[in-house]
Design a binder for this molecule. Structure first.
Ligand SMILES: Cc1cc2nc3c(=O)[nH]c(=O)nc-3n(C[C@H](O)[C@H](O)[C@H](O)COP(=O)(O)OP(=O)(O)OC[C@H]3O[C@@H](n4cnc5c(N)ncnc54)[C@H](O)[C@@H]3O)c2cc1C
Length: 398
């Protein structure tokens, strides 16, 4: 059968139904705009690659129900070769989400409010008129087609399909980092007590490992390797196996899912806007470089984008000048925090030995509950940067 050709005009086309695209579609459709959301996976929620560990603030800020939060955490554990500490908050401080469930929720909300959703469909190319983006061509299970809109948002994650074609993310693609994770059942209870991070080459070379609680005897266990494209000698699956072997009791665990994805963790771009165009979330490497937290930031970037797009639609002005307000607001959101996180991550993930990691851990171990949360989730390094030894240690990374 011949595939159908279609042409449509929307207020906004969003490419990718991840946390960034889903939230952007949710906000714009609630505001009554005509939205087309195009997702290449055949099922919303897929690919289900993220650990989705987060703080309580994500659910509060975005009015999310607890339905897709199977894991709760009230303790943070950080360990290096010989030093470890648990910070106990005494009450739920955050969650480990069912990532697919979060994405389904966002897209359902958008659909309920009138957004059109095209699943199993890949955006292939930007359509330009006189050098300006006016639409996209796509191909998928419902056929080939072209769609047109006043504003087009690339939220396609590390692929950054349109921003790449428009030449706006050349320096983001290399080097590339990556994360891989297992969902494990029959995990010893002791290993599911905290949101746990493990640093230093004793655990993982050029990266870190984590064990995130997912309910009783269930956990997400993974490793991230920074700039893996520069370390051809590293096999990420072997790194995960080595990490798991560090924990007695995990030999009896049952691994029920294995997933992973590339990570662009180099601090992002300054310019996310062109005429009729914005790119947001991981497409613009907005993930925080410290420990790869990306969901909360992807959703905040979507919220900023929705606000700027609504203003542009009101004014009927979709020029880069108007949309560049997004660049300003994103810059305000990250402040100096992303640059500082990148600096610290360059040192921590430079394959530091267990002993060197211990040195940093001794400084972290002095931090209070409030300060470790401020560091891990708000990237507030005041307490750490003030320490002379850390500054000296970091300088050696530059
Ligand atoms: C192993 C791992 C663990 C992680 N753990 C955490 C964590 O614990 N906490 C946290 O906050 N963050 C975590 N992250 C990061 C977080 O998942 C990302 O930052 C977040 O998903 C970014 O959202 P996004 O919407 O920008 O991009 P994505 O989630 O990548 O979504 C992009 C979407 O675009 C679609 N797409 C791609 N190309 C096309 C195309 N051509 N046409 C149509 N659709 C397309 C994709 O299928 C996808 O659905 C982790 C990442 C990895 C890899």
């Amino acid at each position: 059968m011949k595939k159908q050709q279609t042409k449509k005009k929307y207020d906004v086309i969003i490419v990718g139904a991840g946390p960034a695209g889903g939230q952007c579609a949710r906000e714009l459709s609630i505001a009554g705009k005509k939205v087309l959301l195009i997702e290449k996976s055949k099922e919303i929620g897929q690919p289900n690659f993220s650990s989705a560990g987060t703080s309580k603030e994500l659910l509060d800020d975005f009015d999310l129900p607890l339905d897709f939060a199977p894991g709760k955490w009230s303790k943070i554990l950080i360990a290096t070769e010989n030093v470890s500490k648990i910070w106990d908050y005494g009450e739920t401080r955050g969650y480990v989400l069912d990532f697919a469930g979060l994405k389904k929720f966002l897209v359902k909300e958008a659909a309920k409010n009138g957004a059109k959703i095209l699943i199993g469909t890949s955006v292939k190319k930007p359509i330009l008129k006189d050098g300006v983006l006016i639409g996209v061509s796509y191909d998928g299970v419902f056929g080939k087609g072209e769609a047109f809109a006043d504003v087009i948002v690339d939220a396609s994650g590390p692929a950054g399909v349109l921003a790449s074609e428009l030449g706006m993310r050349k320096h983001l693609i290399s080097p590339l980092s990556a994360g891989i994770e297992l969902i494990a059942e029959n995990v010893p209870e002791k290993l599911t007590e905290a949101l746990a991070f493990y640093f230093g080459s004793t655990y993982v070379h050029y990266g870190y490992g984590w064990i995130f609680p997912m309910g009783k005897n269930s956990a997400k266990i993974g490793v991230a390797i920074y700039n893996i494209s520069d370390h051809k000698e590293i096999n990420i699956m072997e790194a995960l196996k080595k990490f798991i072997a560090k924990f007695p009791g995990l030999e009896n665990a049952a691994f029920v899912d294995l997933h992973g994805a590339p990570l662009c963790v180099n601090g992002g771009v300054d310019k996310h806007s062109a005429d009729n165009f914005l790119f947001i979330g991981d497409a613009a490497a907005q993930i925080n470089p410290l420990a790869g937290e990306g969901i909360r930031h992807a959703m905040h970037s979507a919220r900023i984008a929705a606000k700027i797009i609504l203003q542009a639609l009101d004014k009927k002005d979709f020029s880069q000048k108007t949309l560049s307000q997004y660049d300003k607001e994103w810059k305000k959101y990250i402040g100096l925090r992303w640059k500082q996180s990148l600096l610290i991550s360059k040192k921590i993930y430079s394959d530091i030995s267990g002993k060197e990691a211990d040195k940093f851990m001794k400084i972290l171990a002095e931090l209070s509950n409030k300060d470790i949360f401020a560091l891990g989730f708000n990237y507030n390094f005041k307490k750490v940067f003030n320490k002379k030894t850390v500054i000296k240690w970091l300088k050696s990374a530059i």
